[in-house]
Design a protein around this ligand. Structure first.
Ligand code: SAM
Ligand code: DTB
Ligand code: SF4
Length: 332
């Protein structure tokens, strides 16, 4: 039974279980709801890069920080569809387009994004976007264009949020998640660890996600990628045990969600990533770039999948496939 009435005390107790027992419990829950050999492979593309007016302390794309990121206006639809095709050919079943916007505006750029969504959907890929805040009518337009999922992270706890971002509120984030859910789009929401938050903040973020009216279908767990020029450039690397605790707790309290081992894989070896999969992660971002920072390349991931005997998950859920939604199985 899926629970949306978790208490802080319950989640804290799970989070603090001795780590090997925690992995065992999470691995058990994982096997009740998912095929442990299947890992969803998603490809990210930054369709509009840098120059963002927000002040997210982790983000290399915020205009106010001086980072290596080169500003790039919204890409052309054809270029994006070419990239989606390459992602599909290399084994991805989900294609996620990111824009360094505070919020979506109803203008020609949004119309272009809607064309991108239509095109990627027609390729039989699960199409996802992360474009900042959305109104309910924008969410509906994305849904009508064929958007499958929308990524909008809570990033951290409500209490720590103000230390990281001042240009929008936690409630703004929750409102957008509500609009996405209302439009019938699959919700992708998680956060980042390693920003100087406490264990209580990590637990607080999981509590908010697991007590939404409905769990997100996908929960990305990012390890901070510290980028030179951002206020968090000197943060220490999070240990694999930090990632494992987050992933395992998310797996236990949101058993049917896809838990995504997201940013930070570039600094993890095969064994560390294997621990994360054992703890219940069943999705990754593939391709040598996330949005603006490096990620393991396709060859390294093909090797990872071979070593761990895991395989990429096909697009769309079993239920939708039975209803006749287009999909293709692409081996790596
Ligand atoms: N501008 C939109 C927004 O903020 O929702 C979409 C793009 S934004 C870059 C997507 C997510 O990437 C952020 O919410 C954050 O969780 C993650 N992210 C950004 N920079 C990161 C970093 N340096 N390390 C880890 N995750 C990061
Ligand atoms: C998410 O949770 N992580 C991805 C995706 N959703 C959009 C982004 C990670 C970005 C890491 C920093 C960068 O490459 O710019
Ligand atoms: Fe802008 Fe998103 Fe980066 Fe924040 S995380 S600065 S909103 S691109």
């Amino acid at each position: 039974m899926l629970r949306t009435d978790w208490t802080r005390a319950e989640i804290t107790a799970i989070y603090n279980v001795p780590v090997l027992d925690l992995i065992y419990q999470a691995a058990t829950v994982h096997r009740q709801h998912h095929d442990p050999q299947e890992v969803q492979v998603c490809t990210l593309l930054s369709v509009k890069t840098g120059g963002c007016p927000e002040d997210c302390a982790y983000c290399p794309q915020a205009a106010r920080y001086h980072t290596h990121v080169k500003v790039h206006k919204l890409m052309d639809v054809d270029e994006v569809l070419d990239a989606a095709n390459r992602a599909k050919e290399s084994g991805s079943s989900r294609f996620c387009m990111g824009a360094a916007w505070r919020e979506v505006r109803d203008n020609r750029d949004f119309d272009k994004v809607l064309d991108m969504v239509r095109g990627v959907n027609q390729m039989g890929l699960e199409v996802c976007c992360t474009l900042g805040m959305l109104t309910d009518s924008q969410a509906q337009k994305l849904k009508d264009a064929g958007l499958y999922a929308y990524n909008h992270n809570l990033d951290t706890s409500k209490e720590f949020y103000g230390d990281i971002i001042s240009t929008r509120t936690y409630d703004d984030r929750l409102d957008t998640l509500g609009h996405v859910r209302q439009a019938g789009i699959s919700v992708c929401s998680g956060g980042i660890i390693g920003m100087g938050e406490s264990h209580n903040d990590r637990i607080g973020m999981l509590l908010t996600l697991a007590t939404l009216p409905q769990h997100p279908e996908s929960v990305p767990v990012n390890a901070l990628v510290p980028v030179e020029g951002t206020p968090l450039e000197d943060q220490e690397r999070v240990s694999v045990w930090g990632m494992v605790r987050m992933i395992a707790t998310a797996r236990i309290i949101m058993p049917t969600a896809m838990v995504r081992l997201s940013a930070g894989r570039i600094r993890m070896n095969t064994e560390e990533q294997a621990l994360c999969f054992l703890a219940g992660a069943n999705s990754i971002f593939a391709g040598d770039k996330l949005l603006t920072t490096p990620n393991p390349d396709v060859d390294a991931d093909a090797q990872l999948f071979q070593t761990l005997n895991i395989r990429p998950k096909a697009a769309f859920s079993q239920k939708e496939r039975q209803k006749g939604v287009r999909f293709e199985l692409i081996p790596v």
